[in-house]
Design a protein around this ligand. Structure first.
Ligand code: F6P
Length: 323
């Protein structure tokens, strides 16, 4: 293997830059040429690939976003798109890829590998922490800390006005951000897609709090919750408890930005090196991850198909802290 390409794809995540830096510097130190591919799979299709030097990744470790830009490519989902991508890689002589992204990215990588066999190793970069095969994904810790900062502030105003706040956090199919924010932010209740919480459960929790003379409450809602988004849930609760002063706050994309925490910088750097070493050692169609502080490689298929459950212990913790 002589030439590898690195790209970021899907929703960006803080720490992606730290991972790009690690891939470039690991590749160079192992004697490879490293191409930075812009705009994810779209950049492979259009040939937007550029040789990187060590200085190309100077001063990016601490930066949010991704210098390589990101996209969710529709063209790559077509056979013709993937054929173009293969031809571009062949023309540049790129014989290995490092894909930094989430489930959509690895779904594409898996299909591409099965069709064209270009060795690809992934690094899990998504704030959702929803990939099987790594205890944590790059960006999750930063996103939780960013959300917590906002939740603490909302708690102040909720308390001053004796209000109930429904705060929606990201996580399309996953409640990891929500549960961590719930525990770290002392929420009265957390609603996640992994478990079922009825509107009656919400009402019971709020009533229980009022019985204990709590004057305000925070309910964290993961965006993928089965009861709907935070506005919909708040409306349903308001219909049953019209006397409550209820407000809604959707934190949205602010969770995706910002300088990565130390945990994310270190995770990203470790996974960048692990991805390049994996490629050199003949691994392919796998995602590098860290489980119990050890680097492990999990097939893309398993990483995207197997759910990483939220432990009952975490769910119970929210409940117990509210007694
Ligand atoms: O996958 C990361 C994520 O931030 C999800 O939590 C969220 O549902 C989605 O991306 C939002 O995607 P977009 O930025 O394309 O609206």
């Amino acid at each position: 293997m002589k030439n590898i390409g690195v790209f970021t794809s899907g929703g960006d995540a803080p720490g992606m830059n730290a991972c790009v830096r690690a891939v470039v510097r690991s590749g160079l130190s192992l004697g490879l040429n490293v191409y930075g591919i812009r705009y994810g799979y779209n950049g492979i299709i259009s040939g937007d690939m550029h040789l990187m030097k060590s200085y190309s990744v100077s001063n990016i470790l601490q930066k949010g976003g991704t210098i390589l830009k990101s996209a969710r490519s529709e063209e790559f989902q077509t056979k013709e798109g993937r054929k173009k991508a293969y031809e571009q890689l062949k023309a540049k002589g790129i014989d290995g890829l490092v894909a930094i992204g989430g489930d959509g990215t690895f779904t594409g990588a898996n299909i591409f590998y099965e069709e064209y066999g270009i060795p690809t190793v992934g690094a899990p970069g998504t704030i959702d922490n929803d990939l099987y095969g790594s205890d944590y994904t790059i960006g999750f810790d930063t996103a939780v800390n960013t959300a917590l900062e906002a939740i603490d502030k909302i708690r102040d105003t909720a308390n001053s006005h004796d209000r109930v706040f429904f705060i929606e956090v990201m996580g399309r199919h996953s409640g990891y951000i929500a549960i961590h924010c719930g525990i770290g932010g002392g929420a009265e209740l957390v609603m996640v897609p992994e478990t079922s919480t009825t509107i009656q459960d919400v009402i019971d929790t709020l009533n229980k709090g009022r019985d204990k003379e709590k004057t305000s409450a925070i309910v964290i809602v993961a965006e993928g919750d089965e009861q709907g988004n935070a506005h919909e849930i708040a409306n349903k609760v308001m219909a049953k408890l019209p006397k409550l002063d209820i407000r809604v706050s959707t934190l949205g994309h602010l969770q995706r930005g910002g300088s990565p925490t130390s945990l994310d910088r270190i995770l990203a750097s470790r996974l960048g090196l692990a991805a390049v070493e994996g490629l050199i050692n003949g691994k392919s169609n796998v995602m590098a991850g860290i489980i119990d502080d050890e680097v492990v490689y999990t097939s893309f298929k398993l990483a995207i198909s197997k759910t990483k459950p939220i432990s009952n212990e975490l769910m119970r913790l929210v409940e117990v802290m509210n007694n």
